[in-house]
Design a protein around this ligand. Structure first.
Ligand SMILES: [Zn+2]
Length: 440
């Protein structure tokens, strides 16, 4: 008999606002409570601005999970467990945590980031925040236990969230990659994955399930950056690099290369300052020893008045998607940055595909080209597993049921097609929409 109910709340047949409830009798665990970044940024123009949007607007615009569809379950929630620190997994907590009377669990980095998000909202912690080491197990109610298993991704302390019930367990792998040469932290904990018994269902990130390859290691991204930054003449030129603020391993690589170039790294922007501070508080890495941090882009003008020489520095700035209010766009539009012709602008990211980003990036790149910059794009590898990683992963976990998530319908179907190819029966792979509950 199927005893575990899985309730998809957000992020099913769409990308963003991840949220799932796993329920056993009258006890349940909520996993992730994220923002839909595309819809959220449409309201804010930038991820790097303080939260000031009313809850009703966020729900109407589908920027956060719609908890009105799970009113009854909210009373049964014993724990909210956050898989990692990306805003599409944790970013809705400051807006919605007042609706849930349960502690919020995460790894140290995730909880440190969450604390800073709550501060942004000028609200002290609405629920109890509990941090756990990676690879730990804790009881959340009389019958449910949660296990965090370390896995690699593009932000530190990412875990698989495993909900253990008396009738088997559910594994939530959203997001992850299988990186066997990570730049920060250990390889995925394959041993713990192998030991899982009675996996009733695997809820799995499907963003690149249709991409027939293995996602390259983060160490390849470092080589790509070295290739560009050490293999291109930059004497007497400015160097500006932009990447994801939460990608601490990538920042570490850029800072190290900067030292090889004998340039002082300068990190500029509020969201960079926030994640760097969280990484320090979580005991991961302290960039402030080597790098200078300018929290507010608006202080840059003063900075350049005080710090004349800029070509002995390497600037790491926010705004890789061309967000109009982020630092790189403001630098490109403004008069205060001492641009030279043939300055290097390195985009260590990919454009997250949506209309708004394409327009913003194209505007930004044309502004930079007008200033005669040399532009390097896509110096990046992904944090998400591709099709051949998924094959390894599914074999390792051996779930009875597979529930693809984190993708549009085509991506979810690609994951299903892989599972069928691996011998799964059609009725064991479930393409779900938000609120289409199943029992496993
Ligand atoms: Zn992620």
């Amino acid at each position: 008999m199927n005893m575990i109910e899985i309730i998809p709340v957000g992020g099913f047949s769409e990308i963003g606002r991840n949220c799932t409830i796993v329920k056993w009798k009258q006890e349940s665990v909520m996993i992730d409570l994220g923002l839909h970044m595309e819809n959220y940024i449409r309201l804010t123009e930038d991820e790097d601005v303080p939260f000031q949007i009313p809850q009703t607007t966020l729900i109407r615009e589908n920027a956060v999970p719609d908890l009105t569809g799970v009113q009854d379950e909210l009373k049964t929630i014993k724990a909210v467990c956050i898989s990692h620190a990306h805003l599409d997994h944790v970013g809705a907590v400051p807006f919605l945590a007042n609706k849930i009377k349960a502690p919020i669990h995460g790894t140290r980095f995730t909880i440190e980031v969450l604390r800073r998000l709550l501060d942004d909202k000028k609200k002290s912690a609405v629920s109890e925040l509990v941090s756990h080491p990676e690879n730990s197990k804790f009881k959340v109610s009389d019958n449910l236990e949660v296990e965090f298993i370390h896995v690699t991704h593009s932000t530190p302390h990412t875990v698989l969230v495993v909900v253990h019930t008396p009738d088997g367990c559910v594994v939530y792998a959203n997001d992850f990659k299988l990186d066997n040469a990570p730049l920060l932290g250990a390889k995925p904990n394959y041993e713990a994955m192998k030991k899982l018994k009675g996996v009733k269902a695997l809820i799995v990130d499907s963003l690149y399930a249709m991409d027939p390859r293995k996602t390259p290691s983060e160490s390849i991204a470092r080589e790509m950056l070295r290739d560009v930054l050490l293999g291109t003449s930059s004497d007497g030129k400015n160097i500006l690099v932009t990447t994801f603020s939460s990608h601490i391993a990538r920042l570490k690589a850029i800072i190290e290369i900067s030292k090889t170039l004998k340039r002082k790294p300068v990190l500029v922007g509020r969201s960079l300052a926030k994640y760097v501070d969280a990484a320090k508080a979580a005991g991961i890495v302290d960039f402030e020893k080597d790098a200078q941090i300018v929290k507010y882009g608006s202080k840059l003008e003063d900075y350049f008045k005080k710090n004349r020489g800029t070509t002995d520095k390497l600037f790491i700035v926010t705004g890789h998607q061309g967000e109009p209010r982020a630092v790189l766009s403001r630098i490109a539009r403004g008069k205060f940055f001492p641009f030279n012709s043939e300055d290097l602008i390195v985009f260590s990211c990919k454009v997250i595909p949506n209309e708004e980003n394409f327009v913003n990036r194209s505007n930004l790149e044309s502004e930079l080209r007008n200033k005669r910059a040399r532009i390097f794009t896509d110096i990046h590898v992904s944090g998400h597993a591709c099709r051949e990683d998924h094959r390894e992963f599914i074999r390792l976990i051996g779930p009875e049921n597979i529930i693809p998530t984190h993708g549009d319908v085509a991506m979810l179907n690609a994951q299903k097609e892989l599972a069928l190819e691996m011998g799964y029966a059609d009725d064991k792979v479930h393409i779900l929409k938000n609120f289409s509950r199943i029992w496993v």
